[in-house]
Write a protein that binds this ligand. Structure first.
Ligand code: URA
Length: 239
């Protein structure tokens, strides 16, 4: 959440009073002065002090979920099960939402949180948060594909992507596998990039989102983020 939201919630006065507190150099994060009311914070992983007084708050939660294919990355859906439906009742909370989206037939890592401003920043292009995918395609992936992705793929509709890192894991006439790292989140980006190269994606799995790794978490399961993972996310989205 934003610093001003946290301080308001913890009873430090109106937004204006909080702005004054910040301007008068009375607020610290991990020992360092902060003045920005919009700084994204989490009092569970950062030591936040106002005039030497520790501020505590444990309302923010973060889950790393392994989305199976067939599940929709949305809060609600009239037809299909959503990623939020996979959370047990005990951990469900108002305000939880998936950060970014995977197609229904894509599986892999989805971050779910109620820290809205952090989620927004993680998706903002200015922070270049990487997303790593395992991809299977329906044909031969030649070495020239590495340069093709590195030079910025142009979609068939003319839209141009930022350079992406392709590692070919295995290439055969009718099926190839690769790892792809992108730093944007255009709609159907990976599928459209491969279409521009001339191949169709037949399987797609997100294995990393910035510093977060899916690891061996089973399909349909989720785990809370560790404090150091949250701290890295906060750090990477600092302006
Ligand atoms: N790119 C896609 O094409 N689909 C996804 O689900 C994620 C990235």
């Amino acid at each position: 959440m934003r610093m001003d939201e946290l301080l308001k919630k913890q009873g430090f006065g109106s937004r204006n009073q909080i702005k004054k507190l910040l301007k008068s150099h009375q607020v610290k994060i991990d020992g360092k002065l902060v003045t920005g009311a919009n700084t994204i914070v989490d009092a569970q992983v950062q030591k936040i002090e106002v005039a030497g007084q520790r501020v505590r708050d444990s309302s923010l939660v973060y889950y790393l979920l392994h989305k199976p294919a067939g599940i929709v990355t949305a809060r609600k859906d009239g037809q299909h099960q959503t990623v939020l439906d996979l959370l047990a009742k005990e951990v469900s909370k108002d305000g939880l939402y998936p950060v970014g989206r995977l197609d229904r037939d894509t599986e892999g890592l989805v971050l779910i949180t109620n820290n809205g401003p952090l989620g927004f920043k993680l998706l903002h292009p200015s922070h270049h948060i990487s997303k790593t995918y395992l991809v299977e395609v329906n044909g031969y992936l030649a070495e020239d594909a590495v340069d093709f992705f590195d030079q910025g793929v142009r979609f068939l509709d003319g839209n141009i992507c930022k350079p992406a890192q392709l590692d070919i894991l295995n290439a055969e006439e009718t099926k190839s596998r690769a790892r792809l790292v992108i730093t944007e989140g255009k709609f159907h980006q990976v599928k459209k990039m491969f279409l521009a190269y001339g191949l169709k994606v037949t399987y797609l799995k997100r294995i990393a989102f910035g510093p977060l790794k899916l690891g061996d978490l089973e399909r349909g399961r989720y785990r809370p983020l560790a404090k150091d993972e949250i701290a890295i996310l906060l750090d990477q989205t600092r302006a």
